[in-house]
Each structure stands twice: as C-alpha cells, then as structure tokens.
Design a protein around this ligand. Structure first.
Ligand SMILES: Cc1cc2nc3c(=O)[nH]c(=O)nc-3n(C[C@H](O)[C@H](O)[C@H](O)COP(=O)(O)O)c2cc1C
Length: 413
C-alpha cells in the first residue's frame, strides 16, 4: 500500500495546539470547507443559508472570487529543506499562530446560539485574531469577558452620529480590543436577490412565502428560532439602553449608518483610535495609497465576499497592484473567496501578510457549533502546512510570486 492510499482510508487526526479536527461522528466526514457548507445547508432554513451563501445581484463577483484563485497554479520546488516550516507570524507586533484570522460577520446568532462568543473562544485557543462585527449578536463586553486572553479586533461600520462612533471605539478600547477594522465598502445597502426572493429580513419575520422553508428545519426552529432576541445586535442594544426588541435594534442600525463616508470622516476615527487601524474593502492601488496617507496601519483587500457591488474584480486579481503601491507601508490582508489552505498560500505569495476567513467559518458554526469551528480552523492550518511543504518553500513569510503559475485563459465565473 502506498502512503497516499493509507492516508485516504483513515480520517486524519489533525491537532493544532488546542484545536483539532473531529475524528469521529458526522463532523469527521467533513474534509473540506465545501463539505461543511453542505452540512450547514441541511441544517439551516433556506433564507438563513442564502443570507450567508449569497452575494450581490447576479453573484458574478461571488463566483469570480473563487474562479480567480483556481486560475493560479503552483510552481513547486521539490528538493528543499522544509523540515523547520512554520506558519506562525506576527501582526502589529504580536504573534499569530497562522496567517489567517476570523473575519467580521454580523447576524451569526441566526446560525448558532452565542455565535460570537464561540468564535472568540476558539480563535483564542487557536492563537489567531478574531474580528467582532459592529452588527454581531454578542456585545463587545460579553466577547471580552468570554475570551479575555484572545486577540480581539473590532469592526466598525461608520454611523452619522460621530458621538456614537466614538462611544463604540471607547467601549472596544476599554474592553481590550486591540485593533480597529473600519469597513468602507457597504455604505449603500446592496441588492441581494436571494434575500429579496426569500423574504429575508432582519430581524427574521415569517411570511407565507418562507414559512415552508422554516417548517422544513424544525431543529433550527427549536435551537434558535424560538429564542427571543435571536440575531439581536448586542453592541447597538447597549447603545439604545433598556431591553430593545430585535426590530428596534435593527432599525437603529439601519437608520444610524452613514450613507456616505469620505476621507474627512475617517480622520476623527484615526485620531481617536490609538491602536492599529485597518480599512476593509479597498481593492485599488489608488485608494490604498490614500489609506496610507490617512495614517492607517493596514488594509483588507476585500469585496465583502461578493456580497455588495457585483462586478467588482476578484480580490486575488486586485492584490498585486495594491501590494506594489503600499506593501512596504501597510500590512495588507486579503479576504473573499478563501476556501482552502492553498488559497491562503496564494494570497501570501502575491504579497498579502494575512487573510481573513469568512463563510467557511460561518458554515462550520452552523454545521456543528464550537466543534465545527475548531474543525475548520485545524483543517485550514493543516492544508496550509501541506501546501507549504509540498511547494518546497522553506519560509512562508518569504514566499513570493515565483512559486505561482498563471493560467491566462478567461475566468469561468
Ligand atoms: C453572513 C456574513 C455577514 C457579514 N457581515 C459583515 C459585517 O458585519 N461587517 C463586515 O465588514 N463584513 C461582513 N461580512 C464580510 C466578511 O467579513 C468577509 O469580507 C467576507 O465574508 C469574505 O468573503 P468569503 O466569505 O467569500 O471568504 C459578512 C460576511 C458574511 C458571509
């Protein structure tokens, strides 16, 4: 029996520090992020699954994000000293155990009870940063209490009320959040066709149209749907005061968001926030330069996972120009479309210092809660390690485009 067939018949026993892949039960059968997505689809009512899975308008960018990764191949070195390989890295002077972090996602309370608490805890155990969204279900303070030793970053959607922005930043700073991630690509509500067709609304309302979808998932109704306050935005509920209903909190969020954010609006935020600050949503070299001039420490090259402006280029296509313009001045992260360790390695080879993981985390959470998130993180870590080794790259932090090969045929979105 060859080594490769031996590996294919036993479930991998993959541990990474304090997190590990499941080795028995249904979770052990999930060998890829796509497997977890399919498991999540079986557990979630269709409108909730589509809220996570879907993108803007015709989902051209959603498809392009992944297709563009697939068009990049590897040029391995097969004779290389890879014995000492490690994926530990550092962001803003502090260690991270892997070149990926958990990206900000709102509304995850619809997938799993205490979703953000689970994510913060698992990220702390894995030794990677976790970005808490403004619209997260759990509040800044609850997350800090649940993961006091974890690296916690806070994502801000800018509100028109400058005092509210300041208060949120003060709360994040006093709760020990280390970095601020200001999202710049969502001032206008996107047109997500799946949500419109499913009658998806925040907070969730049952309509004659979607009642069948919910009835088909009694397990979800029992675990999540019946609990009052599901999907409540903890950060904003605390700003309203008292015990607002989920509908009141969402109205506060929608009405308060600034619909136009210029560079002048970002200056006071940069002045108030003492720690590292990143802008998330930049995809052009021109804006990356302006971000550096504003005095931020990093950017996330992101198109929001194809959820907003449909037709935006894939982030992995945009990355080289951004890195050429600001790679020496800013810490450049990338997200949107990362589904495997090889995608992470491709982003690093094109100059990103790190990546944020979005949907694979959300689906793991929906598929199996805390064990699911451990499973997907250990899986990604293992995949990065295998690709790193098979590529014959001694130092992941020094990987460069010479390890990549480009397929120049047109993308198939
Ligand atoms: C369910 C869901 C909710 C999200 N909520 C936010 C958010 O509140 N703030 C934000 O900056 N990005 C948000 N994002 C975007 C992610 O941070 C990230 O940019 C995106 O998921 C990356 O694409 P990928 O999931 O295809 O990898 C959300 C994404 C998803 C899937």
């Amino acid at each position: 029996m060859t080594d490769s067939t031996a590996a294919s018949i036993s479930p991998p026993d993959i541990r990474w520090g304090d997190v590990r892949m499941a080795t028995s039960g249904r979770l052990a059968r999930a060998l890829t992020a796509e497997d977890l997505r399919l498991m999540a689809r079986r557990r979630l009512p269709r409108p909730i699954f589509d809220y996570v899975d879907g993108g803007g308008e015709n989902e051209f960018t959603l498809g392009r994000n992944s297709a563009a990764f697939d068009r990049i191949g590897f040029r391995p070195r097969t004779v290389a000293d890879i014995a000492g390989r490690s994926q530990s890295t550092a962001y803003f002077g502090r260690a991270s155990a892997a070149p990926f972090a958990i990206g900000p996602m709102g509304g995850l309370g619809l997938l799993c009870p205490d979703a953000d608490i689970v994510l913060a805890r698992v990220a702390a155990r894995a030794g990677i940063p976790f970005v808490l969204a403004t619209g997260a279900s759990a509040s800044i303070e609850r997350v800090a209490e649940a993961a006091p030793d974890g690296r916690r970053w806070f994502q801000l959607y800018v509100f028109s009320d400058a005092d509210l922005n300041r208060r949120l930043l003060q709360r994040a700073a006093s709760a020990g959040f280390e970095a601020l991630v200001v999202t710049t690509d969502t001032q206008i509500a996107p047109k997500r066709l799946r949500d419109l067709r499913n009658g998806f609304a925040m907070p969730m309302r049952l309509t004659p149209r979607n009642i069948v979808d919910f009835a088909a998932r009694p397990g979800w109704l029992w675990r999540i749907g019946r609990k009052s306050g599901t999907g409540l935005m903890g950060n904003l509920a605390a700003e309203i005061g008292g015990t607002p209903t989920a509908a009141e909190t969402f109205d506060f969020f929608r009405a308060g968001r600034s619909r136009s954010v210029g560079w002048e609006d970002l200056k006071p935020i940069r002045d108030v926030w003492r720690g590292p600050m990143l802008l998330k949503g930049i995809v052009t070299a021109e804006e990356a330069v302006l971000a550096a001039e504003l005095g931020v420490d990093g950017i996330v090259v992101s198109n929001h996972g194809g959820r907003n402006l449909d037709g935006t280029m894939a982030t992995i296509e945009a990355l080289p120009q951004v890195v050429a313009a600001v790679g020496d001045r800013l810490t450049v992260f990338l997200d949107s479309g990362i589904r495997r360790g090889s995608d992470v390695v491709k982003a690093l080879a094109l100059g990103a210092k790190g990546t944020l993981i979005g949907r694979p985390i959300a689906f793991a959470l929906a598929a199996a809660g805390e064990a699911g998130v451990e499973h997907v993180l250990a899986m990604l870590h293992d995949e990065v390690d295998r690709v790193h080794g098979l590529l014959g790259c001694p130092r992941l932090d020094r990987i460069d485009p010479s390890f990549l090969w480009r397929d120049d045929r047109p993308a198939r979105p």
